[in-house]
Design a binder for this molecule. Structure first.
Ligand code: NOJ
Length: 533
């Protein structure tokens, strides 16, 4: 008896040595595809600037990221998206990767300057239209539903030069003009439109911190050569919201009935926990939720910004006219959420905070991933991202309650490893990413079981790509991309996702037989033909 116990302990020890990540996740719920509703979309996400490359080819015009990334010092290692993953030329191969995974949906964005090289001040570029036609047709042929983001961070440089991009109300009409061309050109086949990606994050990065173009900020947030971090963000956000709402109005009036699609927006979603167990930090949670998530979604559902924002920002927060309220309110068929992390909140009204967080634009809330030096969850490559799976269930429930359970999509969820380990082998054996997705999916399944109307989940990202100011140093892909050859190599997580989608167990201890090129998940073909959400 004693000998058998020792043998058992010894074998367990060997098992833990070989599969440390399994050991970590033994108490995880064993999440399965069958835990999700029929017709659920499982996909991957990318965006044009981050993967396409071909930045000056086939008539494409320059966008703000082309220009910004070429200024030395703006991007880590002076990387840029000139070539990126060369997806413009390798999209067929990338569709094969999607088929290999067994995904039934793919979210990508349209490069504004590939379609309109000079915004509305020039002609439509037929080769740009042709590229997206080929992409869409090939996806559909393979049973993969395209979810199209019209605007994902990149805008024509021409519009920046002429009137300063999103700070100008003129941008609203430019966006509508671009969106209309997209509806006309692709709407016969696109059933799921996303007007914009993360206006709430874009505004923070571009006009509060000044990290993204046009790099506007002011002290104490940063030392930029132009900008005002207290004043400009709500203006840019307002223009984006009105641009979205006008595009939706146009879609509904001229296209929706005929084309039978749905239209929504994607926000950067974050969840928050009080730093200390006291009333002030708990109130700070609801302010932080208002100043991140609800800043975008409240106007689109209810026709105005959250009450907390009105209270603290006063006249710095633009007003919607009665006519605008008419088309802003209710301008969503679904809510898209990019969810990665939760953070702690500390109240800055009743106690001192690091400079910047104690200002109205931040809602007087300091957000941080650490409490007394201890991270809120596992660390990621992005120092503001942590692995907090419960946050997925909580954010979905929060959105469900706040917006009467309107249809939701998790349009991004993903992991990039902390950077100390750049060894290819370690990047390919990404057990940490597998654990990440398993635990977040399990939390999402719980939220759905509790009644949340979530219709899809998209992994960010299909392939490693250009991670904005971090360049290629952050790798979010299920497929590793060799920066020299651009070869795509499946990581363990790609093999895991494939197995998960085939409704196998999430056990990844026996995946050696899976290869990139093994297609044929028949469940998906029929699912992909289901109606738009
Ligand atoms: C959200 C953005 O939409 C995407 O462009 C970015 O790469 C990922 N988050 C990861 O940070």
């Amino acid at each position: 008896m004693q000998a058998r116990r020792i043998q058992f302990l010894f074998l367990s020890f060997l098992f833990l040595l070989k599969y440390p990540s399994r050991a970590r996740s033994l108490d995880d719920e064993d999440v399965k595809r069958s835990h999700f509703p029929d017709g659920f979309f499982f996909g991957t996400s990318t965006s044009s600037y981050q993967v396409e490359g071909a930045y000056m080819e086939d008539g494409k015009g320059l966008n703000n990221w082309d220009v910004f990334s070429h200024i030395p010092g703006n991007i880590k290692n002076n990387d840029n998206g000139d070539i990126a993953d060369n997806h413009y030329y390798r999209f067929l191969e990338d569709i094969e990767l999607m088929c290999s995974l067994g995904t039934n949906a793919y979210r990508f964005s349209i490069s504004w300057t590939r379609i309109l090289p000079r915004g509305k001040f020039g002609q439509v570029n037929p080769r740009g239209i042709m590229f997206y036609n080929k992409l869409i047709d090939n996806l559909l042929e393979r049973g993969i539903k395209p979810f199209v983001t019209i605007h994902h961070h990149d805008i024509p440089q021409e519009l920046v030069d002429r009137y300063g991009g999103w700070l100008s109300p003129l941008m609203q009409e430019d966006f509508v003009y671009f969106a209309e061309i997209c509806f006309k050109s692709f709407g016969d086949r696109i059933k799921n439109w996303i007007t914009m990606n993360e206006p709430n994050l874009l505004v923070d990065m571009s006009y509060i911190r000044g990290w993204y173009p046009p790099a506007h900020c002011s002290p104490p947030f940063g030392n930029c050569s132009a900008g005002n971090s207290d004043i400009e963000p709500p203006i840019a956000m307002h223009n984006m919201i009105l641009g979205h709402a006008k595009a939706v109005k146009l879609y509904r009036e001229l296209f929706q009935l005929k084309q039978g699609g749905s239209i929504g927006i994607v926000g950067f979603a974050e969840y928050f926990e009080p730093l200390r167990d006291n009333e002030f930090d708990r109130q700070a949670v609801s302010r932080a939720l208002a100043f991140t998530n609800a800043w975008l979604f409240d106007p689109l559902v209810y026709g105005d910004y959250p009450a907390e924002m009105r209270l603290y920002l006063g006249s710095a927060l633009p007003i919607f006219s009665p006519e605008e309220i008419n088309y802003v309110k209710g301008s969503l068929d679904f809510i898209g959420m990019n969810f990665y992390t939760s953070l702690y909140t500390k109240d800055c009204i009743h106690s001192a905070c690091i400079s910047g967080w104690d200002r109205p634009i931040r809602g007087f809330v300091y957000t941080t991933g650490e409490r007394d030096g201890e991270p809120i969850g596992g660390r990621c490559g992005n120092p503001r991202f942590f692995v907090v799976p419960e946050g997925m269930e909580k954010i979905v429930s929060y959105m469900k309650e706040r917006y009467s359970n309107m249809p939701m999509l998790v349009t991004e969820n993903g992991f990039s490893p902390p950077q100390q380990n750049d060894q290819v082998q370690a990047l390919l054996q990404d057990t940490n990413r597998v654990d990440f997705h398993k635990s977040y999916l399990a939390a999402l399944a719980r939220a759905i079981r509790n009644g949340a109307d979530v219709r899809g989940y998209f992994v960010w990202s299909l392939i490693d790509n250009f991670e904005w100011i971090d360049g290629y140093s952050q790798r979010f892909g299920l497929y590793y991309v060799d920066r020299r050859t651009l070869e795509r190599v499946p990581k363990l997580s790609a093999k895991w996702y494939k197995k998960f989608l085939a409704n196998g167990t999430t056990d990844h201890s026996n995946e050696e037989d899976l290869t990139t090129r093994s297609f044929g998940n028949t469940i998906l073909g029929s699912e992909a033909s289901k109606a738009a959400i």
